[in-house]
Design a binder for this molecule. Sequence first.
Ligand code: PLP
Length: 394
Amino acid sequence: MLPRKDLFDLPEGVIYLDGNSLGPLPRGALDRASRVIRSEWGEDLIRAWNTAGWMALPARVGDRIAPLIGVPEGSVATGDTLSIKVYQALAAALKLRPGRTEILSDTGNFPTDLYMAQGLAGLVGQGVRLRTVAPEDVAGAIGPATAAVMLTHVDYRTGRMHDMAVLTRAAHDAGAVMIWDLAHSAGAVPLDVAGSGAEFAVGCTYKYLNGGPGAPAFIHVRPDLVEAVQPALAGWMGHDAPFAMEPGYRPTMSVERMRVGTPPVIQLSILDAALDAWDGVDLAEVRAASSALSERFIAEVEARCPMLRLASPRDPALRGSQVSFAFPDGYAAMQALIARGVIGDFRAPDIMRFGFTPLYLSEEDVVAAAEILGEIMATGAWDAPEFHARARVT
Ligand SMILES: *Cc1c(COP(=O)(O)O)cnc(C)c1O
């Protein structure tokens, strides 16, 4: 039964609607981190790579992410940041489709995904370029020049969700490779990446998976393709025998070839502990609860705040697990809300964003949040000068 607030250390007096950006601290994470630091690192020292299983940790954690995204064990590698994983998937996709020159994405995609594609296209040359179209126009834009379709499943700004099965089929019908970015999907909505047939899926683990700031990213490669994938970032941890210290790169015959360098052991351990929260949790139940919470929030906010405009799809089936409202002074309004203990975030130019995470949010929480937002808007409390000063991270 949800919520399971006992699984997290949430501060008193805070309603946390930003788990889509940085998940809260899972109960077991602190103990696990201190055990890894004190005992494994502190006492075992370098021996811990073997005695504490550090070297196998990236694969073990990947195997725990696999069921959450609907792919088989042994098909997910972890490490690095999502930006790096996007780059690896794109580079591999271009190699799989020589002669094709287009990376197709949508204008709502997260900037780093687009930047990584631009950077890669510049490096590769040969006419390769990134093209973006409106999210609803992607299917019709895939063509014979498209090497890869790279989409973020749930739009970080609006929460709009692409149809994974339909778009993957459209990409494949045109002979293109499909790459899904699951940053705002993993741990938020049920996923069937294997069923879609997509070649690659990538994502981060500090959002709905609660792995903590800077937690490692993941990449899934469709198992039949692993040996055809040529890693662009040919790091020693993806080598078949890293400690043979061979002069030439020879990728290992598994998804582990997408590993690059030394794994972030402490962060991976924290993520491993964080993933305990999903044991026995049915993502269909999470999805149903998050739809109910977000529907309630929209109704409560719209009843109180006529100046806010819903910027997410109204149909919950077309949304991920977040709700966005547009308001010209959204930054200041969000700061005022945070000052009252309701934490969401702001995305330029005018989006107030709220994430719904049924593992630790109840209906009372979202109603209370809407009431506080209603007060701030009705009284104009948001317009105080201190709420207009922009911090570095919004
Ligand atoms: C959060 C997010 C990222 C962040 O990338 P990092 O390399 O982890 O900083 C990238 N892409 C999308 C779609 C995201 O939502």
